[in-house]
Design a protein around this ligand. Sequence first.
Ligand code: NAP
Length: 248
Amino acid sequence: MTDTADRVVVVTGGSRGIGRAICTALSAPGTVVYFNYSSNAEAAKATTEAIQAAGGKAFSQPVDVATPDAVNAWLGGIVKEAGRIDILVNNAGITRDGLLVRMKESDWDAVVDINLKGAFNCMKAVAKPMMKQRYGRIINITSVVGAAGNPGQANYVAAKAGIIGLTKAVAKELASRNITVNAVAPGYINTDMTNDLADKAKDAMIGQIPLARIGTPEDVAGTVAFLASSAADYITGQVIHVSGGMYM
Ligand code: NAP
């Protein structure tokens, strides 16, 4: 499925979980994968090794996606160095869960700034170079809860629903330049983000999944690789759910 050889790929939040699986799935001989992370350099090293094992070249650095100046410096530097950015995957995300009445303003701001504004910052920075080269594949990671809602996650759900709207608006803006913009909505995926759930809560969650298992980062990465490939050249503005049927 992956025909990303010789492509210049950018993945945000590539150090762990779904981001690492995406970096690996998009790697092939000749691919150059740039990824960022928040602070976990040790985890980033493992992603670098996975990219190299798949035949790609890897470059990584800590960059806060919520900070426009840092994003512009990072992505501007890549365009200077590599000459182009073909594929952008906006994957970086955090949760700060709590019921609305108890949610701190700082938890709202952090989640919206990283999960939604982070994607805006990165898309804005790559849009001009992609328009110039008349090619681009942008894939935004939203969530099943962005479509279905979830109690205790008002900030996260608002940001993920925002990603869906952002994806559709920018897909319409950039289509004439051969740039596609799509979203992938994972369900319940086994990563550090979901590790904290108690066994009872995990079992309850699995009970809501028709395919009756927790998803893997590779389940999500396969769909991202499809959207980045030429097999998806005629797909834009879409949201593909990878949730074992949790939301239909
Ligand atoms: P994860 O294991 O917690 O990894 C999060 C990644 O984002 C890490 O690489 C982290 O870097 C990076 N990151 C966090 N804040 C950042 C910032 N300000 N700037 C740049 N990078 C930052 O999460 P995951 O489960 O793989 O989730 C990946 C994406 O999928 C997220 O957008 C998440 O909302 C979405 N998603 C996940 C699930 C699920 O069940 N896991 C379901 C639906 C959607 P460090 O390693 O340095 O902290």
